[in-house]
Ligand binder design. Structure first.
Ligand SMILES: C[S@@+](CC[C@H](N)C(=O)[O-])C[C@H]1O[C@@H](n2cnc3c(N)ncnc32)[C@H](O)[C@@H]1O
Length: 242
């Protein structure tokens, strides 16, 4: 027998109700003032789940906290960082403040407009919707995405010259984005691959030419721990040697 209640929807709905109550009593403002502390950031973000504007104000990508810290440390004092992301959102806002150039690809036109309105990313956010196909060359394994081809979305990186120091994969057709992204990663660059614990990504990540550093921890706007991996190609010193 299937359950009549979708647990995710139920969680969002409960959080919205509590947010309304906290807003009315002024408690939300008190929590907002403490979000420099991780516990308060996490607690506040639970009320921002699937509310892009609210999450955007919290200045953090929707990745595990430990991976955010790692990427932040990697960015450090680096300058001239060129970044590319598949899957826009709160990460777009966070990255725009920290990199010199960001290209973002989004498959959902309505969501892309919200991100453009709030982030100021402008034309560097491209909306690339999937096409319908009975035999998609690049499908998405996500529920409800049968008959959709994400080839244009994945190949959008080919519209840009040069290499990227930071590539974030957090949208659709992630394993194909990984394959494409690795071809365009600058030497010393990193790929951020979110939700890397999903079974459907395992074979692409289980590649002995890749160094995978998985950060499983609490994450903003999620009630459970989540995994985000930092992927680097293994550079063999003997490669090319005769
Ligand atoms: C996991 S989200 C990408 C999140 C983004 N990289 C970030 O850090 O916020 C993957 C896709 O979900 C959709 N999405 C992101 N945030 C959303 C929100 N608040 N509400 C509805 N859909 C959202 C977008 O289509 C996005 O490409």
């Amino acid at each position: 027998m299937t359950s009549l209640v979708d647990p995710r929807r139920a969680y969002v709905s409960v959080m919205r109700t509590i947010r309304g109550a906290l807003q009315r009593t002024g408690a939300l403002k008190l929590l907002d003032a403490r979000t420099d502390r991780r516990w308060a950031h996490w607690a506040r973000s639970q009320f921002a789940i699937y509310d892009f504007e609210d999450l955007a104000a919290l200045d953090s990508p929707w990745w595990s906290y430990d991976s955010i810290d790692e990427v932040d440390a990697w960015l450090g004092d680096r300058t001239d960082i060129r970044a590319f992301e598949w899957g826009s959102g709160a990460s777009t806002i966070w990255l725009l403040k920290r990199v010199d150039e960001l290209i973002s690809i989004e498959h959902d036109a309505e969501f892309a407009n919200s991100v453009r309105d709030i982030s100021g990313v402008g034309e560097n956010l491209l909306t690339i919707e999937p096409t319908t196909s009975s035999n998609p060359a690049i499908p998405s394994g996500r529920k409800g995405h049968d008959g959709l081809d994400f080839s244009d979305y994945v190949n959008a990186i080919d519209r840009f010259d040069g290499s990227f120091d930071l590539i974030c994969i957090d949208g659709r057709a992630r394993t194909d984005c990984l394959r494409k992204g690795l071809e365009r990663l600058a030497p010393g660059g990193i790929v951020v691959f979110d939700n890397s614990d999903r079974e459907r990504y395992a074979s692409a990540l289980n590649d002995n030419e890749l160094q995978i550093e998985t950060h499983r921890s609490w994450a903003p706007a999620l009630p459970t721990k989540s995994s985000t991996s930092i992927v680097r190609p293994i550079v063999s010193s003997t490669k090319g040697a005769s």
